[in-house]
Ligand binder design. Structure first.
Ligand code: DGP
Ligand code: NA
Ligand code: NA
Length: 211
């Protein structure tokens, strides 16, 4: 009924993976595809560089400033927390959120720095909204490198990305679905969309959960 449709929540769909695995392209296509079929969906990106905290993160990633490792980790986390009320509102209004990176990037990237411990990195992420699915984009680093040189931002270095990939393996839970990101954009989209649609229908009848 209409009432049931009004009451059902949107799904939180998170895309994770190393740099150059095709997440951003797929996020845009998923939102477009859902909107085209009449479903409410929005894209969110972390870090969200548009807020005051996001501006600091942007400067750090562009190497315009240096920051202590723990401090910058907590800024990335704070950037997620500051967006939580708006995301919760959207989900409750039935909007599906398709999110380019989330808490798992926080742990995988910060944890690749020798000073930081993975468990420590995960602590401040506890309590953010739990994704209904994490789509992990798996592309070999060799394959990713063939897609062109990494950019000039901090972390876009092969040896660092290897550590990130290992940390993602440590983070994986039953919420995760591994997507073979080495396929063509259209093939990946087909695979991703079938997961997304079933996740959206399952999330409808389930309360929002937290990490
Ligand atoms: P992107 O705009 O998706 O390319 O992300 C920018 C870079 O920041 C990318 O190398 C991944 C990294 N990153 C994303 N989220 C976090 C986070 O929470 N913590 C840390 N340390 N790095 C992150
Ligand atoms: Na990047
Ligand atoms: Na991206």
């Amino acid at each position: 009924t209409n009432t049931a449709m009004l009451m059902s929540r949107g799904a939180l769909i998170v895309l994770e993976g190393c740099d150059r695995t095709g997440k951003t392209t797929q996020c845009r296509k998923i939102v477009q595809g859902l909107n085209d079929s009449g479903m409410k969906a929005k894209m969110r990106t972390f870090p969200d560089r548009s807020t005051p905290i996001g501006c600091l993160i942007d400067a750090y990633l562009k190497k315009e400033c240096e920051m202590e490792d723990h401090a910058v980790h907590l800024l990335f986390t704070a950037n997620r927390w500051e967006l939580m009320p708006g995301m919760k509102k959207d989900l409750e209004a039935g909007v599906t959120l398709v999110v380019d990176r989330y808490s798992f990037s926080g742990v995988a990237f910060s944890g690749a720095k020798s000073m930081l411990d993975l468990e420590w990195c995960f602590q401040p992420e506890q309590g953010v909204i739990r994704p209904d699915v994490v789509l992990y984009f798996d592309v070999s680093l060799h394959e990713a490198a063939k897609r062109g040189e990494y950019g000039s931002e901090r972390y876009e270095v092969r040896s660092f990305q290897e550590k990130v990939a290992a940390n993602y393996a440590w983070l994986r839970t039953e919420d995760w679905q591994v997507i073979d990101g080495s396929k063509s954009v259209d093939e990946v989209y087909k695979n991703v969309m079938s997961v997304v649609k079933s996740v959206i229908s399952k999330a409808k009848s389930r309360p929002i959960r937290y990490l």
